[in-house]
Design a protein around this ligand. Structure first.
Ligand code: AMP
Ligand code: MG
Length: 299
């Protein structure tokens, strides 16, 4: 997943804790093997290759992920769109980056649209309505993988743990003697600096930021969170942090709100039960979805 993963477990048995961590790490690896569009053998690559000529069986877990992706696409009016790959490929953020010509973007935008994901619940299979379409689960897959890894941890009877996959966090219980985990949220413009800290338990917290993957050309920052309406990097925010019950939901919602910008992004977050968060606008101003977020201490 191109990130450093840290797992912390508190448990009465060290050997059980180590076993659980190893299984969780394997689960993360397995998820990446399924969902990475960079890996030719992944399930996503299979759908991208064959999805337009017939439905590909993907199994129940992966099907559920796609269903959640489509549902969040709908709820965000397409701000989140898992069919963004033709556009994200053009920008090549993982290879140094290049500003694509406008007509190239316009050509590829014709193949972006979550409505073209064809889900068949009865066989857990998925198709794409046209060749040229392809899936990029980069905005939800990390969160989803973290959720699966936390299920492994919990299956060992562990009740206090934290999984941090480079800004995608899921936590259960708390630190021994404290009852919560202290979480710092990265400042979007101060490398290594914190924007806020939270004392949290039993939640997921995920941040999307324009500082994660970007390049600068002619003094302009081009980053990896793209507006599916224009094919350009979304310009309304520096970062968005979302708290939700699962890391998959928090991950997808953070990307969606980023694309929507501070005003519509907050309205979107507030429209989802159990979802809270805050947005750093393009000018650096902070916008909170709720007056008080439990456990929060602003810097
Ligand atoms: P995140 O860091 O979770 O915000 O996800 C960003 C990644 O998701 C990018 O690297 C792209 O692979 C993909 N992506 C970019 N823009 C979008 C979008 N509007 N909707 C869904 N996925 C996107
Ligand atoms: Mg995301």
């Amino acid at each position: 997943m191109g990130t450093v993963v840290q797992i912390t477990v508190s448990h009465t048995s060290e050997s059980e804790a180590r076993l659980a961590i190893n299984e969780a790490m394997s689960e993360l690896q397995r998820s990446d093997d399924l969902m990475s569009h960079y890996k030719p053998e992944s399930l996503v690559s299979k759908v991208n290759r064959y999805g337009a000529s017939g439905k590909v069986q993907v199994g129940e877990g992966f099907f559920e992920l796609l269903r959640e992706a489509v549902s969040i696409s709908r709820a965000s009016n397409g701000a989140f769109d898992a069919t963004i790959l033709p556009i994200s490929d053009l920008w090549g953020f993982d290879k140094g980056g290049i500003v694509p010509r406008n007509e190239l973007i316009a050509n590829k935008l014709a193949f972006v649209g979550y409505e073209g994901i064809d889900l068949d619940q009865s066989t857990f299979s998925v198709g794409l309505i046209s060749s040229g379409m392809s899936l990029d689960l980069g905005a939800i897959a990390k969160g989803w993988a973290v959720d699966r890894a936390m299920e492994k941890i919990m299956s060992h009877g562990i009740r206090n743990a934290i999984i941090d996959a480079g800004g995608d966090l899921r936590l259960i219980g708390g630190r021994p003697g404290k009852g919560f985990w202290r979480i710092g949220v990265q400042h979007p413009r101060e490398p290594g600096g914190l924007l806020a800290t939270f004392d949290l338990r039993d939640t997921a917290i995920v941040t999307s930021g324009d500082y994660e993957r970007f390049f600068i050309a002619d003094g302009v920052r081009y980053h990896h969170i793209l507006d599916p309406a224009t094919g350009q990097p979304a310009r309304g925010c520096q970062s968005v942090t979302v708290l939700a019950a699962t890391a998959a939901e928090a991950d997808a919602c953070a990307t969606a709100a980023f694309v929507l910008g501070p005003e519509k992004g907050l309205a979107f977050l507030r429209s989802r039960p159990g979802v809270r968060g805050f947005i750093v606008g393009a000018d650096g101003t902070l916008h909170w979805s709720d007056e008080v977020i439990e456990g929060m201490a602003r810097r």
